[in-house]
Design a protein around this ligand. Structure first.
Ligand code: LLP
Length: 442
């Protein structure tokens, strides 16, 4: 069965997730490491990220462009997975970083990513963040409004610097993805309205002497599954390049953004070849330096969230209550997203029994549901499970809601594994709270 609403079988999930495999004695392995052992040693919920998968996806992306003989500057979207160990892995693969805050910029620099390989997007960059970016002499600041350009120009001139800047264009193209992760329509808050770009570009390049305007940037949305919106958005940008050059202006850099989707369930996921093909088609002959900002495609399938079944509650439905909640992985609650769930114990040979269940977390919110009416192999109290494709927009979006400390994070690499963030303790969670003396008197 392959209808969009059915649950992919365990074998289908495994086929789509290279790096994961069952071992008769040690349960589900990730790159040869027993996830059961990790859960037993470090407790649950725990994030596990595989540097091996991250590296192989990074190389696959780079190879897709190499096949086309198209030089490409890859900037990892730090927002999708910001752990410095992951940034280090990607730096070693030759990646730069796409950052959206002073915090992310600081992380990327701390992970050793060269400032020249960092691009900074975002509609609400504060003066302090812009100052940090200018001081650090990063590769490119993607400006998202006329107002930001004026602030940036003033700051740069007062600092005696001339930062490299691109205009992030809002091309008014629908990315055909979930509306909460669509960024390139006119009504979205991102980018500079398409129609005003030619005049603004001229104004910046000829009048704003504090800025070195080098090109254009675009980001249409995330989890994009088809080629058409990429092509449409990029063609709009290419048309701008022609207009600007015809007006005697210089355009050297084109930042194509991120957005490449992955198959969480049955989706026909696009390949990096598709992206390389479209970018080559549209920009290949335009004599520009090209950049991309992928996040999810690299990090998503590289990570899982391990959790333990607290209890089974039989009511109107069978609820499998696990110890991970929406405070760890918020995506299902926020975007109704679907994540594969695999038991960590090896299924008995030939046993394909399934039960229809809701897999829920312990949080006091009705939206704290990881799977609604899903056919899963029978699970009992104490069993361990892995939530798949949790490497992107997982740990980075977690919170301590319901006073639940941040979960531990483990990295697997070349057969080794190590804790890259220890589980937060309750003492640490409470450490920065202070009850004023004037309140605590009685
Ligand atoms: N560049 C810019 C300017 C972005 O805003 C984003 C993502 C990316 C690159 C990376 O996009 P990716 O390759 O990962 O699709 N929390 C949501 C996703 C939000 C994406 C925000 N921007 C989710 O969990 O689905």
């Amino acid at each position: 069965m392959n209808s969009t609403n059915s649950t992919p079988s365990i074998s289908t999930l495994l086929k789509n997730h290279s790096g994961l495999a069952y071992d008769p004695a040690n349960g589900l392995l990730m790159n040869g490491v027993s996830l059961t052992e990790l859960a037993k040693e470090h407790g649950t919920p725990t994030w596990v990220i595989s540097a091996d998968i991250l590296r192989s996806r990074a190389h696959a992306l780079q190879n897709a462009f190499a096949q086309k003989n198209l030089p490409i500057n890859c900037h990892f979207a730090v927002k999708s997975q910001d752990h410095q160990a992951c940034l280090t892995v990607l730096r070693q693969c030759g990646f730069g970083a796409d950052v959206v805050s002073g915090g992310e910029l600081t992380r990327a620099l701390k992970a050793g990513i060269a400032a020249s390989k960092i691009v900074f997007s975002g509609i609400g960059k504060t003066d302090a963040e812009l100052t940090l970016a200018i001081e650090s002499e990063i590769g490119q600041i993607n400006a998202e409004s006329v107002e930001e350009l004026h602030r940036l120009n003033t700051l740069a001139q007062s600092m005696g610097k001339r930062p490299r800047v691109a205009l992030r264009v809002n091309p008014d193209v629908d990315a055909q993805t979930h509306s909460k992760i669509t960024t390139g329509r006119a009504e979205d808050k991102f980018g500079i309205a398409y129609d005003i770009v030619p005049a603004l570009y001229r104004q910046v390049q000829t009048e704003m002497h504090g800025l070195n305007l080098v090109g254009l940037a675009v980001h249409l949305g995330s989890q994009m599954l088809t080629e058409a919106p990429f092509r449409k958005g990029y063609e709009r940008l290419a048309a701008l390049i022609h207009t600007l050059r015809a007006n005697g202006l210089t355009v050297e850099e084109i930042d194509c953004g991120g957005g490449l989707g992955i198959a969480y369930r049955h989706e026909q996921a696009p390949t990096p070849d598709m992206l390389a093909h479209v970018i080559t088609d549209v920009f290949g002959k335009l004599n520009v330096n090209l950049h991309i900002e992928p996040g999810r495609w690299l990090a998503g399938p590289s990570g899982v969230l391990l959790s333990r079944v607290i209890d089974i509650k039989d009511a109107a439905r069978r609820f499998v209550i696990i110890d991970a909640g929406m405070n760890e992985l918020v995506r299902p609650a926020m975007y109704d997203s679907w994540h594969g769930i695999l038991p960590l114990h090896t299924p008995k040979e030939g046993d394909t029994t399934t039960t229809m269940v809701d897999v829920v977390g312990p949080i006091c919110e009705s939206s704290d549901i990881f799977a609604k009416q899903r056919e899963l192999p029978p699970l009992k109290k104490g069993d361990l499970v892995a939530l798949l494709d949790a490497g992107a927009y997982g740990s980075v979006m977690s919170s301590t809601y319901n006073s639940r400390p941040f979960a531990a994070q483990i990295m697997i690499s070349n057969g080794q594994h190590g804790v890259i963030r220890k589980r937060q303790t309750l003492d640490e969670l409470l450490a920065h709270e202070h009850v004023p003396q004037w309140l605590a008197t009685s």
